[in-house]
Each structure stands twice: as C-alpha cells, then as structure tokens.
Design a protein around this ligand. Structure first.
Ligand code: HEC
Length: 190
C-alpha cells in the first residue's frame, strides 16, 4: 500500500516537473520572438520620428507592427498581437479576457514600483477548442511615443487631425513615459 502511494507520488512529481520544464521552454521561446520584435519596433519608431517627425512615424505603428506580428504568426503558427486596455485600432488591439487580467495586473505592479519593461506573465490554459500556452509582455511608453499616445497638449496639431480622421474612436492617448501602453501577446496551441 505504502509502495503504491509513493510510486504514485513519484509519478505525479515527474509529470509536474515535465510540465514545469515545458513551461520554461515555451516561455523562453516566446521571449526569443517578443524581445527582438519590441527592440526592432522601438528602433524603427525612433528612426522615423527623428528623420521625418511624428507624421511619418505613423507607418511604424500602423503598418510595420502588424506586418511583423503577422509574419511571426504565419511562420510559427502562434498568434502574436499587440494589445491594450485603451486601443486606437479595435480590430487588432482589443485584449481578450486573459490579456485584460494580465494588463490590469501589470498596471497594479507598475504602480507599486516594478519596472514596466520587466513585466511579463505566462500560463498554460485550457479553452473549449484545446490547450494553449499564453505569454504576455508589457510595452512601456517611451519618449518617442508621446507625440501620438501622450497628453493632448503633447500631440502636434497635424497628428491630432490625422488621428481624428483615421481613428475617430481613439482611446490610446493620455499616457506618460514609463506607463504600460499595452503588451505583446503570444497564444500558442499545444
Ligand atoms: C506617429 C504616431 C505614433 C507614434 C509615434 C507611436 N504610435 Fe503607437 N499607434 C499609432 C497608431 C496610428 C496606432 C494604430 C495602429 C493600427 O491602426 O493598427 C498605434 C497603435 C499602437 C498599439 C496597438 C494598440 C492600439 O492602441 O491599437 C500599441 C501597443 C502602440 N501603438 C504602442 C506604441 C509605442 C510603445 C510607441 C513608442 C515606441 C508608439 N506606439 C508610437 C501611432 C503612433
């Protein structure tokens, strides 16, 4: 009897550690995709702002970012997106329930003094259609973002006019540097 119990305990321990290893592996693999994406996007934004001003930088957030996440999604089979609690583009940016919870946790942790660039979460979840590994990493607002996501007085009139025209339901303004603007999210079928 005792032997049976200990064997069972051992087995469940083994399953547990395999699961933990998988989680770490999936997490590392997600990071390896998300980090260069954020780095490239930040650099592209900085370059566009310094070369052509905020008017020309619109293409980075509007065209280049979805192009990059789309390419990663097609190549890996994972869904990769940028999400937020206050979106400019509702088609791409609205967070699902899991992402909303994570973003709210990030905001609370940032308010308690955690550095926004270190905020991330991963979890294995079961959904009606199957099992998924989920990863989410905060995108902090940087100085080069305020011309389009900052307070009204920080947004140049030409950008304001364009945003009003293209995104009449825009909610993605009023952020200050260091705040969590949103996150990059990866959903991987297992
Ligand atoms: C020149 C204006 C401009 C600048 C500068 C800019 N953005 Fe954006 N941002 C936009 C536009 C326009 C969209 C909507 C894109 C779309 O249509 O999908 C957007 C969307 C986003 C989204 C997706 C969620 C949403 O609201 O739809 C995130 C996240 C984001 N921006 C983060 C940033 C960060 C971080 C920076 C600075 C590194 C930045 N942006 C700089 C214009 C800008």
């Amino acid at each position: 009897m005792n032997k049976k119990i200990s064997l069972f305990a051992l087995l469940s321990l083994a399953t547990c550690s395999v699961y933990a290893e998988d989680l770490t592996k999936y997490q590392d693999e997600s990071r390896a995709v998300a980090m260069p994406f954020l780095k490239q996007l930040g650099a592209a934004n900085q370059k566009a702002v310094s070369e052509g001003g905020p008017d020309s930088a619109v293409k980075v957030c509007r065209d280049i970012a979805p192009q990059m996440t789309g390419e990663v999604s097609r190549k890996t089979g994972w869904k990769m997106t940028r999400v937020s609690l206050k979106v400019r583009n509702p088609m791409l940016g609205v967070a699902d329930a899991w992402e909303q919870k994570a973003l709210m946790e990030f905001e609370a942790r940032a308010a308690k003094g955690e550095k926004p660039e270190t905020l991330e979460l991963s979890e294995m979840v079961q959904e009606p259609a199957g099992k998924y590994f989920r990863f989410i990493k905060a995108i902090p607002l940087q100085a080069g973002c305020v011309a389009c996501h900052g307070a009204t007085e920080q947004i140049p009139d030409s950008v304001k006019a364009r945003l009003n025209e293209d995104y009449p339901h825009d909610k993605a303004t009023g952020y200050s540097v260091g705040q969590v603007r949103g996150a990059v999210s990866i959903k991987r079928p297992i």
